[in-house]
Design a protein around this ligand. Structure first.
Ligand SMILES: *Cc1c(COP(=O)(O)O)cnc(C)c1O
Length: 432
């Protein structure tokens, strides 16, 4: 037995499913999860010291690869001053100033400990500000595990949502309406049927959580117009895309200013930090200035904020990071496409910046969750296992984005493409 197998046995006794976040359990791809002991640069090392090229990068935060010296140093320096004060600090001020500078739609910001807290708090703030109850979200977008977001579409376009997790009440679901992503007409229908009742529209402007799906320009512009006309708070959930697609997030690339933005992942530099912010007028609804309550014992934690500050300062000073990881990603995706063509396969690969997903679908283009769900997840699972065998660690689900870090260079790209070709060969030998 490998160390991972031994640990997984033990883990299942005292941790539900043996993991502290469900997708880590490999249920969508079969087999047993790999237990990671340490990581450096482009590589994860498991408990048996086997290396893997990491294309998850902690689900986004490790944009500079693992154990980047400048972030470790910032954390080490902070450690000497103790771990938590429960009182305001200079670093929180510097962090808030930097976020507002880099993401200009954010005029005021509140730090929290995760993306989930950021989105939960953002919709509470939008509801408090607008004095309205309902929100619109999109099928296949993930906004963390807050009750209001664990909602599936109802049966008709104007019906209310259905709980998508046990333990979420119908009462909560009644206030969450869902529409297909990239479908402006569906949003118009929902808004018309719920006139004056919608507090917020929340979306991932580039979705990572159904696999990569980029929001179309006219869709995003249309949402901006609807929100302006109807007094609805437009929330871009940039927990994944913030500081990943550019230092100003996807909103900088598409040139749209949301009313509120949620952040997470990269802003903690690998430690738990989230943030929500936006227009001053809206953020002044938050306690202690306004009546929307939100708090956190460890919010703005000095060690976590030190890591985040070091990360954001580095990204601000080093714009070449984005060019580098985009080029590496294009080399990977173009290489995969060329290999697929040799085997007469035309699986769509959606990609933007340093994010990409290959969909094992017969469709030529993937624009929303309906499209994404046409993927052959059993085939993906076999592909995943073949890649893992060859030392490439992909996200263990079809419906995820992969993330390229600055540590992925030509050696690793060659390894990834070689593994891809061998995996495709193996799968081509089977009948699919
Ligand atoms: C990861 C993610 C979240 C949740 O963040 P956690 O830190 O896991 O709670 C929310 N929204 C998006 C878009 C995400 O990718």
């Amino acid at each position: 037995m490998t160390q991972s197998e031994i640990l997984f046995e033990r883990a299942q006794t005292h941790i539900p499913g043996g993991v502290n976040s469900p997708v880590r359990a490999f249920r969508a791809v079969g087999g047993k999860p790999i237990f990671i002991k340490r990581a450096q640069g482009a590589y994860l090392y498991d408990e048996d010291e086997k290396p893997y090229i990491d294309l998850i990068n902690s689900w986004g935060p490790m944009i500079l690869g693992h154990a980047p010296a400048m972030i470790l140093e910032a954390v080490q320096q902070a450690l000497g001053d103790s771990l938590s004060f429960g009182a305001p600090t200079r670093k929180e001020v510097e962090m808030a100033e930097l976020i507002c500078e880099l993401v200009p739609s954010i005029e005021m910001v509140r730090l929290v400990n995760s993306g989930t807290e950021a989105t939960m708090s953002a919709i509470r703030t939008a509801r408090g500000y607008t004095k309205r109850a309902k929100i619109i979200k999109f099928e296949g977008c993930y906004h963390g595990h807050g009750d209001s977001f664990l909602i599936a579409a109802g049966s008709g376009a104007i019906t209310m949502g259905e709980p998508d997790s046990a333990g979420v009440t119908q009462g909560v679901a009644n206030d969450t309406l869902t529409a297909p992503f990239n479908d402006l007409e569906a949003v118009k229908t929902l808004v018309q049927a719920n006139q004056g009742q919608i507090a917020a529209i929340i979306l991932e402007p580039v979705v990572g959580n159904m696999g990569v799906v980029v929001g179309k320009d006219d869709f995003l512009q249309g949402l901006r117009q609807i929100c302006d006309a109807e007094g609805i708070v437009l929330i871009f959930d940039e927990v994944m895309t913030g500081f990943r697609l550019s230092v100003g997030g996807f909103q900088q690339i598409v040139g749209i200013k949301p009313d509120m933005t949620t952040l997470g992942k990269i802003i903690g530099g690998g430690l738990p930090v989230g943030a929500y912010g936006g227009k001053k007028e809206i953020m002044q609804s938050v306690a202690p200035v306004g009546k929307v309550y939100q708090a956190g014992t460890l919010s703005g934690n000095p060690v976590a904020v030190s890591a985040g500050l070091a990360m954001l300062r580095h990204l601000k000073q080093t714009p070449s990071v984005y060019r580098q990881i985009q080029e590496a990603t294009q080399q990977i995706t173009k290489g995969m496409q060329a290999i697929n063509q040799k085997y007469a396969l035309a699986y769509p690969i959606n990609s933007i910046g340093s994010m990409y997903t290959i969909f094992f679908s017969q469709k030529t283009e993937i624009f929303n969750f309906e499209d994404a769900k046409t993927s052959d997840t059993a085939l993906f699972a076999r592909y995943f296992q073949e890649m893992l065998k060859r030392g490439v660690y992909l996200a263990p689900s079809q419906y995820e984005s992969l993330f390229v870090s600055t540590a992925i260079e030509s050696t690793q790209i060659a390894h990834i493409l070689q593994a891809h070709e061998e995996a495709i060969q193996v799968l081509s030998g089977e009948n699919f």
